[in-house]
Design a protein around this ligand. Structure first.
Ligand SMILES: Nc1nc2c(c(=O)[nH]1)N[C@H]1C(S)=C(S)[C@@H](COP(=O)(O)O)O[C@H]1N2
Ligand SMILES: [Mo]
Length: 323
């Protein structure tokens, strides 16, 4: 609870940054000062979330072997903080969506893999997750709103799924799509957003070892509020690229336009590579607030993964790395 109180003390700063939100949406601004208040009942709800009474059929896969190449010099964000501080606009535009997100029905869950591939398939998540060895990686996460956390994600490299899909030579991008179900996810009734949530990366980015399909966190299946049963994590890009609760993965020739780019192309670009020298039009990206310590620390180029990923962008102007 102490750390949650500490988080409240800087929540005001974050609101002033007018984060990933459309200024048109007055309701969110009016509701704003409720942010960060976590009741004891709310905390209890995470350990026994409504709708997850049935045992998770993939629970036996965790903890997944820790990959020693992905160890960081910063502390891991405690699970209880991370589980109550989320961006999942399908369930609302505030950070405290964890209770609403428990409405997410994660079984049955099928993923369509289609587009420019040898053979399009639809596969049940419970089958897909057993096709690859799972591993645990400590990753940094940097939201475009200038906060960050460190998470022990479990899952498998996206490149393994790309290899399984056998894309045709004409495929240039991988497009991801989240579920569409406004009855279950009330945020999808918010007509200001072009649902469903879509994101995309180039084939080269998808084939990079850092691009990770997350199926678990904190040594168990990933929680609904983090994007169960599977989400992406691209640690060198701003967090909005790391799409949650994926239903469809398509290989395409034309560059897809993601939800955030469709909404505000001048603020949220396709590349969205973390770059402290390229400010968001409405705030600086030089520093970031670590959500579990409250510390303000310098943001690093490519979120600290420059040695690994800079080669993906040789020849590109640094200023275009963000947009
Ligand atoms: N489907 C979907 N995916 C999403 C989002 C979202 O609203 N919907 N928010 C993104 C943003 S802005 C961030 S910072 C991360 C947050 O992940 P977390 O809540 O697990 O920390 O998820 C990303 N993926
Ligand atoms: Mo974000």
């Amino acid at each position: 609870m102490v750390s949650i109180h500490r988080r409240r003390s800087w929540a005001i700063d974050e609101r002033q940054a007018t984060p990933e939100r459309v200024y048109l949406d007055r309701r969110r601004i009016l509701k704003g000062f409720g942010l960060g208040i976590v009741s004891a009942a709310g905390l209890a709800a995470v350990s026994t979330p409504a709708g997850s009474q049935e045992a998770d059929p993939t629970a036996d896969l965790y903890p997944a072997t820790k990959n020693p190449a992905y160890v960081l010099d910063r502390s891991v964000t405690p699970e209880e903080i991370n589980a109550h501080y989320n961006n999942f606009y399908e369930f609302g535009t505030q950070k405290d969506i964890f209770e609403d997100a428990q409405k997410l029905r994660i079984r049955p869950w099928e993923i369509a893999i289609d587009g420019l591939v040898e053979t399009p398939v639809t596969i049940a998540f419970d089958d897909l997750v057993r096709k690859f060895p799972l591993e645990t990686r400590l990753y940094r996460h940097r939201c475009v709103e200038a906060w960050s956390m460190t998470i022990p994600w479990a899952g498998f490299p996206l490149k393994a799924l790309v290899a399984m899909a056998k894309p045709l030579a004409s495929a240039k991008f991988v497009r991801f799509e989240t579920f569409m179900d406004p009855e279950m996810a009330s945020g999808q009734n918010n007509f200001l957003y072009p649902w469903p949530f879509i994101e995309a990366v180039t084939i080269a980015e998808a084939a990079h070892d850092l691009a990770f399909i997350v199926t678990g966190a904190y040594d168990k299946p990933v929680a609904r509020q983090h994007g169960a049963p599977l989400r992406l994590h691209l640690p060198w890009k701003y967090g909005f690229k790391s799409i949650k609760s994926i239903r469809k993965i398509s290989f395409v020739e034309e560059r897809p336009v993601g939800l955030w780019e469709a909404l505000q192309p001048s603020e949220y670009g396709f590349w969205a590579n973390v770059n402290p020298d390229v400010p968001h039009p409405r705030w600086s990206q030089a520093m970031e607030r670590v959500i579990h310590t409250g510390e303000l620390v310098p943001t690093q180029l490519f979120n600290g993964y420059a040695a690994e990923v800079a080669g993906l962008y040789t020849g590109m102007d640094a200023a275009t790395l963000y947009m």
